[in-house]
Design a protein around this ligand. Structure first.
Ligand code: SF4
Ligand code: SF4
Length: 463
């Protein structure tokens, strides 16, 4: 509990925020948050930043690097393209390192700057505050008008406004879903899909409608509850933040005792509360619901200006910063995380740069054992899979390195296009004199222009 609230009798201070989320009533019912439209220094910057994030979100499926998508999360094809580099299912270690580094970066960022990501860059907040909420402001007006409209009777004006707002919400939800879809299937495939009759892709079409319906439900009704009740990142704040973390904070040393005629700077005007999209009072201290959107900083600064006081009663600061003045953002905890992150990233870069240019898998065809042939040879059938990770077409050839034998495949030479996968079946013949047991290890070599680029060991079964 913040210092200025400690020891105060509950009857004198509303501490219900400690018992339940602010947007739920005593019986668990939804309390609608009518947030006032923010404006000010931080809101302007947040708006501009959100334009870039939105532009990135929309543009990514159309950006190409060397002909490859900039980012493609091709789950069906089991390959991920991140910043133009392709990661196949075989690159699990590299992907695991990347994910681990990303998680650690988030932890480091949160330990240092709190939930800044949530208020400034999270797609949920960007779409809610910078897209859907702006449509709402435009059609229904600011918080007081919206509140009055919702509480008022169903007049023609109210029906018209609600219809217009929800129709636009549905259109935006459809556009969002289709853009997300392009992140997973690529823009070319998306254009092909939408140019075909719906009946040709009915299951995909239904999934698209369901996801759009989900987005519509989130942004028209569920809203900030994603951040306050669902998002696991939000719920981790309690363990990630400490007294050094820089978050949106109320300077209780300066602000208290609050009131219009007290010595504290806070005039208790509740303006900071009125703009909060999650409906909390930041003066109660750092709370799980605070997404660090900075709207309350702007609002309080305008109050401070109007009352002739210094801005920054609510500001980005740490608990230690408020208590003892200026603090460095560096402390032993985030320094340790930074070192580990640096090691992880170095390992990731090394693994990425040193990964083989092709990835070969040769496995005996399931269900088939061996065949005894008339010329005293034994044959096994194999499935061959080669992934070309380079940006060039590769002419490849497979040879047997460990034994004298014969490989029969429809054309031993394989031309594998850049960043693609080649699959084939071949038969290996070995003379029975070469086989001393029922299972022999054989080694294949994959050559490109007579240069050995990868070897692969597997087993050969015989009687
Ligand atoms: S806006 Fe500032 S002055 Fe007004 S209640 Fe909030 S902290 Fe106090
Ligand atoms: S308390 Fe301030 S920073 Fe936190 S969510 Fe509310 S308005 Fe945004």
């Amino acid at each position: 509990m913040p210092k200025h609230l400690r020891g105060k009798p509950v009857s004198n201070t509303d501490l219900s925020f400690r018992d339940r989320p602010i947007n739920l009533d005593e019986r668990g019912g939804r309390k609608w948050v009518y947030a006032k439209k923010p404006k000010g220094f931080w809101y302007t910057r947040r708006t501009i930043f959100s334009w870039f994030v939105l532009l990135f979100f929309i543009a990514v499926p159309f950006i190409r690097i060397n002909g490859n998508p900039f980012i493609l999360l091709d789950v069906e094809g089991r390959r991920f393209i991140i910043f133009g580099a392709i990661f196949w299912a075989q690159d699990t270690l590299i992907l695991a390192l990347l994910m681990l580094s990303f998680v650690l970066f988030i932890v480091l960022f949160t330990v240092t700057f709190g939930r800044l990501w949530c208020g400034w860059a999270c797609p949920q907040t960007i779409f809610l505050e910078m897209v859907f909420r702006k449509v709402e402001y435009l059609i229904e007006g600011d918080y007081r008008k919206r509140h009055k409209l919702d509480k008022g009777p169903w007049t023609l004006e109210k029906v018209g406004k609600k219809l217009a707002k929800h129709s636009i919400f549905i259109l935006i939800s459809l556009a969002m879903t289709n853009t997300f879809l392009m992140w997973f299937i690529g823009s070319e495939k998306w254009f092909v899909l939408v140019s075909e009759p719906i009946a040709a892709n009915s299951s995909g079409f239904i999934i698209m409608l369901v996801v759009s319906g989900f987005f519509y439900w989130v942004y028209s009704w569920f809203r900030e509850q994603i951040c306050t009740m669902v998002c696991p990142y939000g719920r981790m704040q309690g363990v990630l933040l400490d007294s050094n973390s820089i978050v949106v904070s109320y300077d209780y040393k300066r602000g208290e005792p609050r009131g219009p005629k007290t010595s504290g700077d806070c005039i208790d005007c509740h303006q900071c509360l009125s703009v909060c999209p999650t409906g909390i009072d930041i003066r109660n201290g750092t709370q799980l619901e605070c997404v660090n959107c900075t709207a309350c900083i702007d609002q309080c600064n305008s109050v401070m200006k109007a009352t002739g006081k210094k801005p920054g009663l609510i500001r980005f600061d740490s608990e230690k910063g408020i208590q003892h003045g200026h603090q460095s953002i560096w402390n032993p905890r985030n320094k340790a995380y930074s070192v580990v992150l640096l090691i992880l990233l170095s390992f990731f870069v090394y693994t990425l740069l040193s990964r083989p240019i092709i990835e070969t898998t040769i496995l005996r065809t399931p269900g088939l054992l061996y065949q005894e042939n008339e010329n005293s040879t034994i044959s096994n059938v194999y499935n061959l899979k080669i992934v070309n990770k380079t940006h060039d077409n590769l002419p490849l050839e497979i040879r047997l390195l460990s034994h004298e034998g014969e490989i029969k495949m429809a054309g031993n030479l394989m031309e594998i296009a850049d960043q693609s996968m080649f699959e084939a079946t071949f038969i290996l013949y070995l003379h029975s004199d070469l086989l001393s047991s029922d299972k022999t290890e054989v080694e294949f070599g994959i050559y490109s222009d007579n240069e050995l680029i990868e070897t692969y060991k597997t087993s050969f079964v015989s009687p």
